[in-house]
Design a protein around this ligand. Structure first.
Ligand code: 1HN
Length: 345
């Protein structure tokens, strides 16, 4: 590789003259922005243990009333990006949110897309675009760009969930903002229609979300888990038991920027995921596993979360005697749409 000229090689007056006109030379920075063969990644393999998060989150519940927080969240920040950047990867934001019995997180909408993966507790619900979605452990609930959403809690125990947003990307695009709104009028109880739609049946004559960009907002864990177990029965022993959360109208990823998946590791299974360009997040719903990411090996139990940078192979090994169920989020839809998606053999 040839060495390019450095900034220090240039006369200081010349550099100053350029800078005074808001001009800079490319060549001293060219290798930095376009490194050879593999991108520079700030995203570091990082693991967040639920046993560390939970007590601090419960303490946040005592220290900060919901009215002072709007959303009571501890952000899972990747130290490689700097904690204050609140990024798990280039495009992924992760946070653990706590809602206590009787609390209300008021209605707003914003440009970043969000999903919630419910970790713990009963009795909370989120109302998205007028649809009341009960939150139960392992459920995936979508809050797509621009849709009103608010959270409430009629139960008796704390409810905790994992928020995944494409906030870092939307913020970088200078396209991130929110609007506060009034308490929504609930027009649909999700339970009435979701199972029928998932079965390819739409309530007649009216199904409120049928022609919307986001027809399904709640993906119950019960169904995802049953699908994985059924898939494991027929899938060859050497191929992954994995499902993608899709839009039932189009078969495409549920959101435009991040992709969401559920994976089952069979007892004794070790799954090698090839190096791919998008960064990826793993969150254990049930069971336990090790995740070998570059030179790091993390041990994850239930509700633990880790992330892998792009272009990095990952090996997941089931450490439980039972199937281990894993929720995954990645930057694939973004990479695919932008034409930079790669799998490296
Ligand atoms: C947000 O609106 C929620 O609605 C959670 O629960 C986390 C993180 C950044 C920006 C908006 C929510 C968020 C967020």
């Amino acid at each position: 590789m040839n060495d390019l000229g450095r900034l220090e090689d240039l006369p200081a007056v010349y550099v100053q003259e350029m800078r005074s006109h808001n001009l800079v030379p490319l060549w001293p920075s060219l290798r930095g922005v376009l490194p050879p063969k593999i991108p520079t990644r700030q995203t570091q393999p990082t693991c967040w243990a639920y046993r560390d998060i939970r007590p601090l989150l419960i303490q946040a519940g005592e220290l900060t009333p919901i009215e002072k927080a709007e959303r009571r969240v501890l952000v899972l920040a990747n130290p490689g990006h700097g904690l204050e950047k609140m990024q798990a990867s280039a495009a992924i934001y992760l946070g653990m949110q706590l809602l206590l019995p009787g609390e209300w997180a008021p209605s707003h909408r914003h440009t970043p897309n969000a999903v919630r993966m419910i970790v713990e507790g009963e009795g909370a619900y989120t109302t998205v675009d007028g649809e009341k979605c009960p939150m139960r452990r392992g459920d995936l609930i979508l809050t797509p760009t621009g849709l009103w959403h608010e959270h409430g809690h009629d139960g008796t125990e704390p409810v905790i969930w994992l928020d995944v947003l494409d906030l870092p990307l939307v913020y970088y695009m200078e396209a991130s903002y929110h609007i506060n709104g009034e308490r929504q009028h609930v027009h649909t109880e999700h339970a009435l229609q979701a199972p029928t739609l998932a079965a390819g049946l739409a309530p007649t004559p009216v199904f409120a979300r049928q022609n919307k960009d986001y027809p399904l907002l709640r993906y119950p864990w019960e169904q995802a888990r049953a699908s994985l177990l059924a898939l494991a029965e027929t899938q060859a022993a050497d191929s992954a038991v994995q499902i993608t959360y899709v839009n039932p109208n189009t078969g495409a990823h549920v959101q435009n920027i991040l992709g969401y998946y559920a994976l089952m590791l069979r007892p004794g299974e070790s799954l090698q995921l090839p190096a791919r360009s998008p960064a990826c997040v793993f969150h254990v719903i049930e069971g336990g596993m090790s995740a070998a990411i570059a030179s790091n090996t993390f041990t994850l139990g239930e509700a633990d979360t880790c992330c892998a940078p792009g272009y990095t192979p990952v090996t997941l090994t089931n450490l439980s005697e039972q199937p281990t169920f894993v929720f995954m989020a990645d930057e694939s839809p973004l990479h695919q749409k932008l034409g930079v998606y790669e799998i490296r053999p």
